[in-house]
Design a protein around this ligand. Structure first.
Ligand SMILES: Cc1cc2nc3c(=O)[nH]c(=O)nc-3n(C[C@H](O)[C@H](O)[C@H](O)COP(=O)(O)OP(=O)(O)OC[C@H]3O[C@@H](n4cnc5c(N)ncnc54)[C@H](O)[C@@H]3O)c2cc1C
Ligand code: FES
Length: 277
């Protein structure tokens, strides 16, 4: 049977937002002007520039957005440098969606629960999809706490959306932090794991986190010290991927393929973690 997700679809870039010195958010539609495909928050897609290469990126827009799809892309190598040089109107290809996504409709896990989002740097990209999903389906979820940190104020992705929209949403408490003091910043200074511990979140919350391995490692340890169980804490893993469909064996953790069984896992599902965690 034909696997639709394997077919690269031609996408047109209709908008490019410069988020930080090395992150841009690309808005993409099909050549017919419509959304390329549907997804679950936390799922990813393989984005390709023909002749250059392809890479996996989280779909950062919410599935509740019916018009387009967005990707927040950090410039770090060959493909992402070429992507950053593209302009509105230019074409890329996108195949997907891949992975399991966050269990947003599962009443045992997320639906109806109070939620704590913990993000570092570009790690906000997959969580933004869930956060905006929860905003659009507000009646289905409890109170929301978001702890988001980056190296500096200039490295906070989606800063305007956070200030104008998330902070204005009822029962949304947003806590921003940067690693070091900076002129023009009078908010919190310090690392994300410490900030989460300082806030002593209620033990009934479901936690969703994404960020650099070191942030995840220390945040998880802090949450466990506070009394959280591994079943309550979800993360999305970003291991190197090639095929995205569980065939090439590039992305396994123990007996799990991150591309197929993940990228979203609760920590009790991960019997072993890569050495950087
Ligand atoms: C499930 C998943 C979701 C992702 N979501 C996003 C996203 O939303 N936004 C985003 O900017 N990036 C995301 N990434 C990472 C992204 O795929 C890579 O940064 C990109 O493919 C690098 O391509 P490049 O050719 O520019 O860099 P390369 O030339 O391949 O590499 C440049 C540098 O980045 C490192 N690197 C490359 N890929 C990874 C990776 N997967 N993990 C850690 N280090 C890596 C390399 O070791 C090297 O140091 C995601 C990856 C996965 C697997
Ligand atoms: S990327 Fe090939 S098995 Fe996961």
């Amino acid at each position: 049977m034909l696997n639709e997700t394997l077919i690269p679809k031609v996408g047109v870039i209709t908008d490019i937002r410069i988020d930080t010195p090395d992150v841009k958010t690309f808005r993409v539609v099909g050549t017919d002007g419509k959304k390329l495909f549907e997804h679950i928050p936390g799922q990813c897609a393989m984005v390709s520039v023909p002749g250059v290469g392809e890479g996996m990126f989280s779909i950062t827009s919410s599935p509740t957005n019916t018009e387009f799809m967005e990707f927040s892309i950090k410039r770090c190598g060959c493909l992402t440098t070429v992507l950053h040089a593209l302009e509105e109107g230019q074409q890329i290809t996108v195949r997907g969606p891949y992975g399991n996504g966050f269990p947003v409709e599962d009443p045992e896990k997320l639906k109806g629960k109070d939620l704590l989002f913990v993000a570092g740097g570009i790690g906000l990209a997959p969580l933004r999809s869930v956060i905006n999903y929860v905003r659009d389906k507000r009646e289905n979820y409890g109170k929301v706490q978001i702890v988001y940190g980056s190296r500096s104020k200039d490295d906070l992705v989606d800063y305007k959306e956070i200030l104008d929209e998330w902070m204005a949403t009822p029962d949304f408490d947003v806590y921003l932090t940067i690693d070091r003091e900076q002129e023009g910043w009078d908010g919190h200074v310090g690392f994300v794991p410490n900030y989460v511990k300082e806030l002593t979140p209620d033990l009934g919350k479901t936690v969703l986190m994404c960020g650099p391995p070191v942030m995840i490692k220390f945040t998880l340890a802090g949450l466990k010290e506070l009394g959280f169980k591994e079943t309550q804490v979800f993360t999305t893993m970003e291991l190197r991927m090639k095929c995205a469909i569980g065939k090439c064996g590039r992305c396994n953790i123990g007996n799990k393929y991150v591309c197929k069984d993940g990228p979203v896992f609760s920590f009790d599902q991960l019997s072993e973690l890569p050495s950087e965690y």
